[in-house]
Write a protein that binds this ligand. Sequence first.
Ligand SMILES: Nc1nc2c(ncn2[C@@H]2O[C@H](COP(=O)(O)OP(=O)(O)OP(=O)(O)O)[C@@H](O)[C@H]2O)c(=O)[nH]1
Length: 778
Amino acid sequence: MTFSLLRNSNAVKAALISNNSSSLFAKRFFNLSNSKLQMSYEQELETVTKIQNSLPPKQLEKVKHIRNIGVSAHIDSGKTTFTERVLFYTGRINAIHEVRGKDGHGATMDSMDLEREKGITIQSAATYCDWKHTPTQTEYHFNLIDTPGHIDFTIEVERALRVLDGAVLVVCAASGVQSQTITVDRQMKRYNVPRITFINKMDRLGANPFKVIDDLEKKLKLPCAAIQVPMGVEDEFQGAIDILTNTAVFYDGENGEIIRETEVPEEYKPIVEERKAILIEKLADCDEEIANLYLEELEPTADQIRSAIRRATIARKFSPVLVGSALANKGVQKVLDAVVDYLPNPAEVLNKALDVTDGGEVEKEVIMDCNSDSQAVSLAFKLEEGKYGQLTYMRVYQGKLAKGAFINHTKTGKKIKIARLARMHANEMEEVDEVCAGEICATFGIDCASGDTFIDNKTDKKFTMNSMFVPDAVVTKSIKPKSNDQLSNFSKALQKFNREDPTFRIRYDEESKETIISGMGELHLEIYVERLKREFNVECIVGKPQVSYRETLTAPIEFDYTHKKQSGGSGQFGRVMGVFEPIDPKEGTEYVPMTTEFETRVVGGKIAEKHLAACGKGFEESCNKGPLIGSKVIGVRMIIEDGVSHAVDSSELSFNMAAQGAFKQAFNNGQSQILEPIMKLEVTAPAEFQSNILGLLNKNLAIIKETENKEDEVTVISDCSLEKLFGFATSLRACTQGKGSFSMEFSHYMPLMPNEQADLIAKINPDSVKNKKGGKKK
Ligand SMILES: Nc1nc2c(ncn2[C@@H]2O[C@H](COP(=O)(O)OP(=O)(O)OP(=O)(O)O)[C@@H](O)[C@H]2O)c(=O)[nH]1
């Protein structure tokens, strides 16, 4: 028999969804998201069509006019600037405020003081707005989420994409595809989110939209083509020509609010023809109808092209590209029209839940029907303490939420009254009485963690939604309040942050008697320390940032371990034999090598099945705290091949302990290794600082992978140990006169050098049974 308690990357991600999720839930989530990936698009389409056909006509009509979309991109691409225009053109705000604007107001969506001061988005903000589609003059309702670009706040992007039906990918016309663009694209792919692309900053020096399109295709491996041709670039950028309608669009008025359409100027006619041919050719590659017309050498009509773009975009086979400059108020309205034209309504997206009515014993996948008359199923995807109190953002997948009604927390079974319901607009709100299937809303005072599912009791069924990917933390810091009087507020605040943000973790280290916080980067932790001060009045003393190391085995090692306590009373006995072996990192996995696996090859019932399961549990527990420095263990497979049981004294506890003992023994006797996180670092600065940057990277022992010169700007991509990157922002500022910027994200783990490993063990775990000096050479 071979059964495995898989902790492969997806399962681990799922297990990390919330600290209190049981591994059973974790496994279910994993299976669910996995099966989601297994459905072909054709099957998806068939199912989605059935759902739409089953909706009452009135509901279908309503859903057709809803778009739940996100705005995601690399840092500083202009997402917030773009969103500010969206709010203005949809009538949500009366004046445009800029990010770090001179009016001291700051962009509306960056509503946190910290965001306005730093000029970055930290939390995603949801906004509800109405848009009148320009060609049809029909009104649509958008739930729009502006997400942060910094990798430190990546969970915000994850949870937004988890509940959104489509996205606008914003790319800078001059910088093109940057590292975070690729990360965001990968996140969109993970949640099957269709996207349209907006090439922003057409007014910037060095803007080159067609090069960006080539880049997008090459780096994101996503077919895309322009549906607009820009008129002028850099400071001569005036507007864009709509390839489908063959009209030139200009944006007049103080804020570009007056759209003026004219005939295409003579000089642009050839390029419009050329780009139209490319668009049709690309569509022919991913849409059957256009392919057939193409083969027959027939030119498709504008309507045929529009329908094909919609089909191909929703099928995630294509992304239409628009151009503009948010800051110069040019092009945003056409992106909103494109959202209506090419991104799906909630009933066009396949969403699944897991039926856990019987406690999750039998897995049963259920398709959410987007019908407001069905049993309510909604997902709490974001918690936020706002000026109105504790807010919980929910996406309603089916059924409806009504003010005063009751919902049940699937996991705890707790019944909760919905006291208030609201549609949010950045930090303003609009109270409503009910929210239907397919919509996003905020509720008040609901006690839960992000990722929890809520249902109503219309039927006896219980559902849980598959949840989101939660990346592992890479940086830790010790933290304590300056004064002991503040301990209670301190712990309350940390618990709250942890519930809000699953990438922010807290643990108490018994040995050092310190509270340790961990997160996605220095900035991530800094923000929480700052929030402790501002929101809870708790000033803290924080330790130096530390890297989150990992431990592994680099060579197979056999084990034969007996756990025995048989001196009087009821005894304990369990013997396990087998091998621990390293798991080779799989190519293309995001967190290499993230897995631990447990396998049994025991025959003849020498160890009872429930005792084998206890061994698996013991192995899992051991992996949480490695023997070298107490870090997590990754990349190890435990195979139990044989064992001995005692008729009376063997129990689940004995075998759990036996597995843990075998694990410790293997690490002490085998070739164990500490791994450190390596970051993919992208530094951009004016070209004159190229040699300074290279000098700085060399000093940090970075391995340079790519250097790209664009106009007067240089971008250097390298791999660098996270440990060397603490304080990098300050060094970069110093060597580029403050003109350099950088982004980084986790890339992979690397073995520490032998001397570094020995020093680290001596520092962290001086009592280690075996102070290893045997690190592998890099
Ligand atoms: N030249 C030019 N600058 C722009 C344009 N759009 C935005 N910017 C500027 O680019 C900078 C970053 O803009 P944001 O809107 O904060 O970018 P973001 O993507 O939301 O940033 P994060 O949320 O921190 O990742 C700001 O200084 C904007 O004024 C544009 O169309 N042209």
